[in-house]
Design a protein around this ligand. Structure first.
Ligand code: HEC
Length: 468
């Protein structure tokens, strides 16, 4: 079953439902107000209403745009073009939000690691730190629990996380779910339907969160090293499973999405609620349950270590040597280990300890990956081969998509601008063709045009003989 025709209508419906929910919650905020509402609370309400109004306008616009898209794009011949632009814009937003989230989170990790915790501290302080940045001096204090009086304006960091996750899921939908047949299914891995592939993808993300969350509710949570081992094992199991069912690329991106969801889920379900409780307790002058802060701290520590692998995995999605390898799940595991080691080194470094052995470990791991993913030396066939012999292969197997006028049912414009209509175009791309069609066999996509090993060998030989 192909979901793509239903995707936009479902998205419009989802936005409408979200708008109704938002509207009713704004109404409840208003109704709670009474004559005794004080100035501070009034400001709070006004703030909520103002934010709600912005959210309503934004979702109205989005729903309108999507509605127009559903109505006018199908059959207009512009599907591919519009999808490319959606991809570009959402990706742009996703990267910017991700930078804001991870940037702030790195800054606070650095603060936590580098605080002065001993010299000249008032009793109520856990630590302080002086810094110079952008032409000014900054002085930060961290409280042991909470200040005696809460400040009027308290900054929260949460929307970056939520919106990074939302744009990530949107991007996943635009790139993968709306083109599941060509981007998620690889018949040489397993010939499943597009609908099945999407279900596996979404199932991975949802179940992954629950598996992680349940694990966090066991005593294992407090045994940091054991937790790391078990968590890593689960990621490897998921990778093995996904690489048995989906294209390598889709498998990689879903492990990235799973880890990203764990991070955003930690913020949404644990860290922010426990901070709300902290603020509420401080306002009412009652003691806080120290357990809450500790739990949030551990989730935050997990996020700290997951960040670098997620970014590595997301970027590796552009490098077929990683996901195109036959043991791609092991490559993924290697990338994860190497990047966690780098994070560990940075954490200890910021605390003023040197964990120098982490650097060689990461370097060796990455070097091993480079070696393992190197193209295999094939038996050299030196029989001369001419362009006339390989040209029909490109015509039969590639120009369906890679042409100024693609005839493929999905790719309506040449993917990546790569076209093989003329000899010059083919020669210019020869090194990339060698990588994608011969060494990693990640082209034709999902081997849709059923290229044979013999044809791959011919292309490889022609390129190795100078692509003349
Ligand atoms: C079913 C459509 C389809 C067919 C057929 C196809 N490709 Fe592609 N190709 C794509 C898509 C989509 C991309 C962009 C995504 C990516 O890079 O994986 C792409 C990207 C590429 C790139 C540029 C990316 C890079 O790594 O430099 C090269 C080179 C390439 N294809 C070579 C080939 C060759 C050679 C063939 C024929 C043997 C072929 N493709 C057949 C869909 C196709």
């Amino acid at each position: 079953m192909d979901f793509s025709p239903y995707f936009l209508p479902v998205a419009v419906a989802a936005i409408l439902v979200a708008m109704i929910l938002l509207f009713t919650s704004l109404l409840t905020v208003l109704m709670k107000m009474s004559d005794e509402t004080t100035g501070d609370e009034l400001a709070d309400v006004k703030n909520t209403l103002r934010r709600g109004r912005i959210a309503l306008v934004l979702s109205f616009t989005l729903a309108g745009v999507l509605f127009l898209a559903v109505k006018y794009i199908p059959g207009s011949g512009l599907e591919g073009h519009i999808q490319d632009w959606l991809n570009l814009i959402i990706r742009w937003a996703h990267v910017i939000l991700g930078i804001s989230w991870i940037g702030a989170s790195f800054y606070f990790i650095f603060l936590e690691n580098s605080l002065n915790r001993t010299e000249n501290l008032r009793d109520e302080l856990a630590g302080n730190l002086w810094a110079v940045h952008g032409g000014g001096f900054y002085y930060v204090e961290k409280y042991k629990v909470s200040p005696k009086e809460l400040p009027k304006k308290l900054h929260w960091f949460k929307y970056e996380a939520y919106y990074t996750w939302l744009t990530g899921i949107l991007l996943l939908s635009v790139v993968y779910y709306m083109n599941a047949k060509s981007f998620m299914v690889d018949p040489s891995v397993r010939d499943i339907s597009a609908g099945m592939a999407v279900l596996i993808g979404i199932g991975t993300i949802v179940s992954g969160w629950f598996v992680y969350d349940i694990l966090c509710r066991t005593p294992l949570l407090h045994k940091k090293q054991a937790f790391a081992f078990v968590g890593f094992g689960i990621v490897v199991l998921y990778s093995i499973f996904l690489t048995q069912y989906l294209s390598g690329r889709a498998a990689f991106i879903h492990i990235g999405a799973l880890l990203g969801t764990v991070m955003a889920g930690n913020v949404f379900f644990v860290i922010i609620p426990s901070q709300k409780e902290l603020v509420a307790a401080a306002k009412e002058g009652r003691p806080v349950n120290p357990e809450l802060g500790k739990l949030a701290g551990l989730r935050s520590l997990h996020n700290n270590y997951i960040t670098l692998p997620v970014i590595f995995i997301m970027i590796s999605n552009h490098f077929p040597a990683t996901f195109g390898h036959t043991a791609n799940w092991a490559i993924l595991a290697g990338l994860t280990l190497a990047s966690v080691a780098v994070r560990h080194y940075l954490n200890l470094h910021e605390k003023g300890q040197l964990a120098v052995r982490m650097i060689p470990f990461a370097a060796v791991a990455i070097f091993a990956l480079i070696v393992v993913t190197a193209p295999k030396a094939t038996v050299k066939n030196t029989t001369p081969i001419s362009f006339a012999e390989v040209e029909p292969i490109f015509k039969d197997r590639c120009t369906v998509c890679h042409s100024s006028h693609p005839t493929d049912d999905v790719q309506k414009i040449a993917p990546g601008g790569v076209m093989f209509d003329t000899k010059e175009q083919i020669q210019k791309m020869a090194p990339r063709i060698l990588v994608r069609a011969v060494q990693t066999a990640t082209m034709p996509q999902g081997n849709k045009t059923k290229i044979t090993d013999d044809e791959r060998e011919k292309i490889g030989r022609w390129i190795e003989q100078g692509a003349k």
